[in-house]
Design a protein around this ligand. Sequence first.
Ligand SMILES: C[S@@+](CC[C@H](N)C(=O)[O-])C[C@H]1O[C@@H](n2cnc3c(N)ncnc32)[C@H](O)[C@@H]1O
Length: 295
Amino acid sequence: MKKKAFIYGCAQLGIQIAWHISEDYDFLGFIDTDPRKHTANGGGYINIDGKNYTVYHPDILKNMQFDKIFIGSEVDIYIKQIKNILFNYGIKENSIDMSLTFIPYYARLNFIKLLSLEFENKKIKGSVAELGVFRGETAKEINKFFKNDVFYLLDTFEGFDIRDCKNEKEQGLSKANIGDFSNTSLDYVKSKMLYVDNCRFVKGYFPETSNQIPNKEVFKFVNIDVDLYQPILAGLEFFYPRMVDEGVILIHDYFHPYYTGSKKAVDEFCLKYNLEFFPIGDAFSVTLIKNKKSA
Ligand SMILES: C[S@@+](CC[C@H](N)C(=O)[O-])C[C@H]1O[C@@H](n2cnc3c(N)ncnc32)[C@H](O)[C@@H]1O
């Protein structure tokens, strides 16, 4: 008989874990902390290969037998929160499975690391940037991989802005809330950077803050990870013309089931400029290469 499993986290990472375990486990459904996502609250079902799965409140753990619970979030503070919730339900550490949790994270980091080596080999010059830094988890790696390059870190450092949240709601793109991702600060991120002298912190609402980037600046790598339609499109419009030849923009959340503005922004931008983009294998992101136009 197959072992029974839940997945905690029903966004793209959770869905991707479901693709991989559904052969080996009797997959019981998703659990999520966010009440907006619960099927019982109108959050809908998650369809995987033609089958609908329920998104449950963690209380389900009191009522159903299971062998394992996979963690479908790669964000440090959310993992801590999830584990605390599970421990409060009396679940033991050995029932919590994190073997698939960080595969997309490392796939993305490998992509960025290998890109930095390629740029070194090809002697491609330029600055690097991350639009959407949050607590600097990816930024600290970018700073490390591109240790000789100027690195712009752009964020409100206070979470989503009301203007973007309002637009998401009006266009039915996501249920983004003001204050989501506010658990951070510029000083906290700064303290994590190994090569802080290369860092240029640009705090505030993008694209308003884009005037803090010198006009002559050019980029070889930009990571856009702001989740929402308006700042993603604005990021593409701002950075793409400033990319060096063969420069690479990575855009997170293209495949995200809830933040659908990323796909909309990338699709619109690429249609407008006749550009091609490719998935990078981390289950979330797509990449755009400057001057690699479609046939
Ligand atoms: C998913 S988090 C970034 C995660 C980060 N790249 C990482 O790997 O840990 C999204 C971030 O985008 C920022 N953000 C969203 N809209 C923004 C805007 N219009 N201007 C500046 N920052 C914004 C939020 O404050 C939040 O910190």
